[in-house]
Ligand binder design. Structure first.
Ligand code: UGA
Length: 443
């Protein structure tokens, strides 16, 4: 099948590469000429395991094309995916500018029947607005082609995006049209083999499903972080509590890891956007607001623990920081807890010596040139001679630490672990002070 994809960010690029890999002919359009140039050279601007190989292989085979030519894109395929960003507005609502720009572009160049597939995370009702925009734009041109708009939200996770796309838990299609169902069924058939993962529903339910899924996951995390804060004050160990509740299949073990707060481009933005959509519809959405508030407060916990370890005086201290990305296997630092920590430390007069396996270029882009940030070339280089060690991301390589070495090389024997990576008993045996999340007796 021929497919056009507008937007070559995480969702667009992964969708395009995975569809091309099963033999579809995919035409990708982006208004960012630099990005398109990079992709045309076979370079992938984001770090995502397995993606570069897919892009190169399929571009070389001629099945994956990158272009800034929107007209060619609209006319290339019957199926047109919209996978452009929906950044937050100042009030937390989603900014639909890019989505509606694509709708206008489609209206300007449409030359026959099209199925417009919404992949971006968008407020409920956006498919209707996309449809209205296409109709208005066509009317201004004096044409009236038939088209359908459906919602097909994407659930991939950064760091395992290719794997998630190729082995989806579900493929949601919001549409009332039989033709759309059939086309999307054929398009996804290669990734829908062992049992049918396609779920059809109305457009608005599909749009809300995406928000509800992220909101549920974010709620689980904020719930656990709240429990961790309670456990800490009551002398209980949240890691024991986690296992104790996870064993109930109604609760489950997944997504109940306490930490220094969720980050990334999705949860914070989507929880706020859902609260904003609800508000606009006249509903308070108290739970969503609380989830956001708890997360915001959790991002301060690392700094508070460091501050406590140094009796409130961090002036002139150097803190080693392991992990800058908002989670492992990505170089993404959007809304990362590490940023809140670094900014608070700088505000208190401390400096930071940081290491991350993938996010160093991103850290340089965001904070390069600061005298109070050193980007180290290894975890050891970050820690040697630092006053204390803080850990914000649970990269595999941090899971096994040489505590005897840390004791000998940190000026003060302090580890603040925002991901509960270590056995408190083992750390303590080495004479280190260990501040974790929700582990009351670990200090
Ligand atoms: C999330 C969803 O998991 C995807 O299903 C969704 O498609 C995506 O948003 C999106 O809307 O595009 P992602 O932002 O890549 O994916 O990251 P997650 O793996 O979900 O992690 C989010 C944050 O939660 C991270 O900061 C992570 O450290 C934190 N987390 C996760 C916890 O603190 N505890 C946990 O138990 C799990």
């Amino acid at each position: 099948m021929k497919l056009t994809i507008f937007g070559t960010g995480y969702v667009g690029l992964v969708t395009a590469a995975c569809f091309a890999d099963v033999g579809h002919e995919v035409f990708c359009v982006d208004i960012d000429a630099t990005r398109i140039g990079t992709l045309q050279r076979g370079e992938v601007p984001i770090f995502e395991p397995g993606l570069k190989e897919l892009v190169v292989r399929n571009a070389e085979a001629g099945r994956l094309v990158f272009s800034t030519d929107a007209r060619a894109g609209v006319q290339f395929a019957e199926l047109i995916f919209i996978a452009v960003g929906t950044p937050p507005n100042g009030d937390g609502s989603a900014d639909l500018r890019h989505v509606l720009d694509v709708a206008r572009t489609i209206g300007e160049h449409i030359d026959g029947y099209k199925i417009v597939v919404g992949k971006s995370t968008v407020p409920v009702g956006t498919a209707d607005r996309v449809g209205a925009t296409i109709t208005e734009t066509m009317a201004a041109r004096g044409v009236a082609h038939v088209f359908d708009v459906c919602s097909n939200p994407e659930f991939l996770k950064e760091g395992s995006a290719v794997e998630d796309f190729t082995k989806p838990a579900r493929i949601i299609v919001g549409t009332g049209s039989e033709i759309v169902r059939k086309k999307l069924h054929d398009c996804y058939a290669p990734y829908n083999r062992n049992h049918d993962k396609l779920m059809y529903m109305d457009v608005r339910s599909a749009e809300l499903t995406k928000y509800a899924a992220n909101a549920m996951l974010a709620t689980k995390i904020s719930f656990m972080n709240e429990m961790a804060n309670i456990a800490e004050r009551l002398g209980a160990d949240i890691e024991e509590v986690r296992k104790g509740i996870g064993s109930d299949p109604r609760i489950g073990y997944q997504f109940i890891y306490p930490g220094c707060g969720y980050g990334g481009s999705c949860f914070p933005k989507d929880v706020r956007a859902l609260a904003s959509i609800a508000r606009e519809a006249g509903f308070g959405a108290d739970l969503m607001q609380a989830v956001e508030r708890v997360n915001d407060a959790q991002k301060d916990v690392m700094f508070q623990k460091l501050s406590q370890a140094f009796d409130g005086n961090l002036e002139g201290r150097t803190i080693a920081l392991w992990g800058l990305a908002f989670k492992p296997n990505t170089d993404d630092m959007r809304e990362a807890p590490s940023r809140r920590l670094m900014e608070a430390l700088w505000g208190a007069g401390a400096s930071v010596r940081a290491f991350d396996p993938e996010a160093m270029p991103e850290a340089r882009r965001l904070y390069g040139g600061r005298a109070d940030l050193v980007l180290a070339s290894s975890p050891q280089q970050a820690a040697a001679g630092a006053d204390a060690l803080a850990i914000c991301t649970e990269w595999k390589q941090f899971r096994v630490a040489d505590f005897a070495w840390l004791k000998a090389n940190l000026i003060n024997p302090v580890i603040v672990d925002g991901r509960n990576l270590y056995d408190p008993e083992q750390v303590r045996q080495h004479g280190l002070l260990y501040y974790a999340i929700g582990r009351g007796d670990s200090v």
